[in-house]
Design a protein around this ligand. Structure first.
Ligand code: CP3
Length: 319
């Protein structure tokens, strides 16, 4: 359940004012925030408290996360000159706080810790647009009009993702999740040419741990997202699990796919939806129940706790 903190009062008790990156780079706070949802919910894994922006922020590119809005850049990425503002870094020094947090967590957690990074397309979307975008027009036009610069940018972002993920795995993370949240904005041919090769290179560097690959609005891309080398593919609520399984040829496990907005409708409305998803999966092995996207700020944590309990009671065995 990504961004679970947004709906937890105890999160705002320790997060502090200002940018979320201040809490992320403080290992004690980041450890505590990672553990908070684990104390509340009987979930089967934890996800590191960080953000897809953290490694790009560590390069000194000039990016921050505005509360209530998301990542914003002072000067968006536009020309080859901007590559200089995105230098490769040594995660041992630039992301030492993250390594400390992962080690602390692994020593305290009884469930596996999932490490993560942003995929090149989704990170590029923030860097080129400069802020969250509805149409992703600037990033798509850079991709189409200057494929050479596009590949250079994505190669750098893939190197950054590999470095941060390797540091998390070396520190004890049990699995990795590559977030390509906004890839669903692309035509499948454009995904194949401009996105898949870069994500594939990242996945190929992690044959030692289970690899999750996540996006929203990716119904038409699920086959390719599985083929880049994922073991688990995230499915949002627009695509029934049975359809997703057909599209991925049964080669990968599926993660999803409760529509988070439905959780705002109260437990009695959510209960049949949870059961419908379990029925869609039809007892098939290789289903990780999850929301189809992140937790919304107004979701009642008690509804989420009941979702977890119902899945454990009525889903097939936990593994
Ligand atoms: O689940 C977790 O809490 C683990 C840590 C985590 C965060 N962000 C913390 C966070 C993870 C895994 C992410 C991933 C992330 N961040 C993604 C990919 C997954 C997805 O949901 O699509 C993306 C696209 C981002 C970028 C980002 N960061 C956005 C769009 C926002 C929302 C802005 C807002 O306030 O609504 C953030 C902020 C953010 N990252 C919060 C949290 C807990 C929100 C609360 C806060 O600012 O303190």
């Amino acid at each position: 359940m990504r961004q679970a903190g947004r709906s937890l009062p105890e999160y705002f008790g320790v997060r502090g004012e200002g940018t979320i990156l201040d809490a992320i780079r403080d290992p004690d706070r980041a450890t505590e925030i990672t553990l908070q949802p684990i104390r509340r919910y009987d979930v089967d894994a934890a996800i590191l408290f960080s953000d897809i922006i953290t490694p790009v922020w560590a390069t000194g590119f000039g990016i921050d996360i505005t509360p209530g809005l998301g990542p914003e850049c002072e000067r968006p990425f536009r020309t080859a000159d901007d590559l200089k503002r995105l230098p490769m870094f040594d995660p041992e020094t630039a992301l030492d706080f993250q390594t400390t947090t992962v080690k602390e967590l692994v020593s305290e957690l009884e469930v596996p810790l999932i490490g993560f990074a942003g995929a090149p397309f989704t990170l590029a979307a923030y860097l080129v647009e400069g802020r969250p975008s509805k149409n992703h027009d600037k990033v798509k036009s850079l991709m189409i009009s200057d494929p050479k610069l596009w590949d250079q940018l994505c190669e750098r972002l893939a190197d950054i993702a590999i470095a941060t993920l390797r540091a998390q795995v070396d520190a004890g993370a049990s699995a990795i999740q590559l977030f390509d949240s906004w890839a669903g904005t692309l035509h499948p041919d454009h995904y194949r040419r401009f996105v898949a090769p870069h994500s594939e290179r990242i996945m190929a560097a992690f044959t030692d741990v289970p690899r999750f690959h996540f996006g929203v609005n990716t119904g038409e891309l699920l086959d390719q997202m599985a083929d880049v080398g994922a073991d688990v593919v995230g499915v949002d609520w627009r695509t029934p699990l049975a359809t997703a399984r057909e599209r991925t040829g049964g080669k990968v496990a599926l993660q999803g796919n409760l529509d988070p907005t439905l959780c705002l409708a109260g437990w009695e409305a959510v209960k049949p939806e949870v059961r419908r998803i379990l029925a869609d999966n039809a007892g098939h092995p290789g289903h990780i129940f999850n929301l189809g996207h992140g937790v919304l700020p107004d979701i009642d944590p008690d509804v989420l706790a009941r979702v977890v309990d119902l899945v454990h009671a009525e889903g097939t065995a936990r593994g």
